[in-house]
Design a protein around this ligand. Sequence first.
Ligand code: SF4
Ligand code: SF4
Length: 350
Amino acid sequence: MDKIDRFSRTAIDLVLGAGAVKAGIATTETLLGGPESTDLTYLMPEARSAVVFALPLDQAAIESFLKKEDMAAANRDNHRVNTMAAGVSLELSEYLNMKGFNSIPVIANAVYRKDVPGGAYSELPPLSHRYLAVRSGVGHFGLSGNVITREHGAAVILGSVVTAAVLNPTEPLPPDDNYCDNCKLCIKGCASGLMDDKNKTTVTIGGVEFSYAKRRAYTRCDYVCGGFTGLHSSGKWSTWSPARFPIPKNDDGFMDALMNAVEPYRKRPRQDFGCNIYHPLVPGNKLEFTCGHCQFICHPDKAVRARRYKMLKNSGVAIQEKDGRIRGVTPEEAERHLAAMDDETRALYE
Ligand code: SF4
Ligand code: SF4
């Protein structure tokens, strides 16, 4: 076995041994011609390869979250797995540094390029774990644009390490093995309308084409998944956000809607989940996960997907008690709850 083989195997072995369930390697060659966020040299001019991996989320926490039985467990799990991904990236990166290859850990989320128009608020990541993951065979793209895996569905957190080491690339998974059957439950479970129901985006990375639902303005997901609002247009169910500010139909309306919802967001009480999730772009910087439905519904088993979508639809709408606690109630009970508020309090929610 030559040195390249040895380091490639060790890199994969290290991340799998640290808790990753899938891992792959992309190189400057296999990423050639890909979108801007596949350029490894953005982070390090001498970069030659990237190791990308997936860590699983807790499936039990997902179901109690979708049923609006327990918001805290999925928040804690998401925080734990994101932190773990950062640790795995750092561990591999330092190992490769010690072996003489400059390497940089790239954490899973909440890091954005600052040298682009709009700065960090452009939300352009330094590196797209998603693109690297599909190109190196960690998973497929689902229609949602999330990376999906045969064992854990879309319920994975991705992390990467960029390195100057020349490593052996791994191949994309065969398209026929993709379990995504276009069920569209990810789209139905999204109150923001981020994913276009009809049109697709195709990207070519290293000569291989990948497709997923075209994404409308990312402000949609910021507004809804960010917790600023959450009531679905049917009025029958919501995310875990207790706010119900209008969700515009057109992309153009989202920035104003989001800006109007910032002050109420700041003023609403926060819950104590036993973990503090900080995000640099969130008002007040403390984040509560309120959605993630596109990720949580997408289980490899079609029957489980259908069950989860039903759980969400039957979960009711979120309301917030005076002590900050958020719970799911029927749409009618939510109306009564809001009607009983004084005007100033009610303005925090609608
Ligand atoms: S929910 Fe259905 S359509 Fe969406 S990515 Fe998963 S399998 Fe594909
Ligand atoms: S996280 Fe929520 S708001 Fe964002 S795209 Fe997924 S389902 Fe839609």
